[in-house]
Design a binder for this molecule. Structure first.
Ligand SMILES: [Mn+2]
Length: 289
């Protein structure tokens, strides 16, 4: 499998951004199988849908904010047990991107990255709150697991796009007093208002952004394990992730990509282009300050 199309750096220590895939779905109990093929499906879509070949040269599309002139290193795929040691070895200045794989992998990533910060905020985009507490370390308990890390400030945990809540999760949402916006809130309030609240809550705290691609409506992103109707539109999603990227983002992930259920690479393409849009906003903004 080729590296992500925007890989342009041969030495990991020179990179502004390090991308890594975790082709593992052992933490999922969904009826659908196939997210282990997610990371490579996103890479494949980056070549086939974001780049064009002309006269022997390849041209890849720019982000909304302009040309991609950051150094990105695609470290390939690693196994789940290697997530922590790999991410701990990366410099604090380097932005981390994780491609999944089932959502439980996110816990190990946040665990590794949180060691580098006194306080870390989590923004979680998902149809599901992932706040199951009767199980541990799986794709339905991942946010509950993350909240058990001492560096994670519960007051600065925000969930957006939520619309499929189990009774147990409803209790945990209230107990933990988590800030959350449903997908209908985003539609009715508009992204700008939702983001104003997010900004007020989080300020300049370092943020890890975890994206379950099922936050999008299945009409835009059918290639996921647990689709839920009435989700975010493509533009709501783009606007939201770009605004979040303008805050103090230290890393992000794109999880639950399942190419087996994708249609014409719609989901994989959104995932691949999200990376460029988030980076195009996040890093140049950081460099200016
Ligand atoms: Mn989900």
């Amino acid at each position: 499998m080729p590296k992500f199309a925007y890989h342009n750096c041969n030495k990991i220590t020179d990179a502004d951004i390090i991308l890594v895939g975790v082709p593992d779905e052992s933490g999922s109990y969904a009826e659908r199988r196939g997210t282990k093929k997610g990371p490579d499906a996103i890479r494949e879509a980056s070549h086939e849908r974001l780049c064009f070949k002309r006269k022997g040269k390849t041209f890849c599309v720019e982000s909304e904010n302009g040309p991609f002139n950051l150094k990105l290193f695609d470290a390939g795929n690693i196994s789940k047990p290697k997530i922590q040691s790999f991410l701990e070895s990366i410099s604090k200045e380097q932005m981390t991107i994780l491609l999944g794989g089932d959502h439980s992998n996110t816990y190990l990533a946040v665990k590794a990255l949180s060691k580098k910060y006194k306080e870390l905020a989590i923004i979680h985009l998902d149809a599901h709150p992932d706040l199951i507490s009767s199980t541990k370390y799986d794709f339905g308990s991942v946010i509950n697991d993350i909240l058990s890390l001492k560096e994670i400030n519960h007051k600065k945990a925000i969930q957006i796009g939520i619309r499929a809540i189990e009774p147990e999760e409803e209790i945990n949402l209230k107990r933990e007093k988590i800030n959350f916006f449903t997908a209908l809130d985003v539609y009715e309030m508009g992204v700008q208002k939702v983001f104003s609240s997010v900004k007020k809550i989080i300020g300049d705290t370092p943020i890890y952004l975890s994206i379950d691609l099922d936050v999008l409506d299945p009409a835009f992103a059918p290639g996921v394990d647990t689709p839920a109707p009435f989700g975010l539109t493509g533009n709501e999603y783009l606007s939201l992730v770009k605004k979040i990227a303008s805050l103090n983002l230290i890393g992000f992930d794109l999880m639950e990509m399942n190419p087996k259920y994708d249609v014409q690479q719609l989901t994989a393409q959104i995932a691949a282009q999200s990376i460029i849009e988030i980076l195009g906003t996040a890093l140049p903004a950081k460099r200016k300050s």
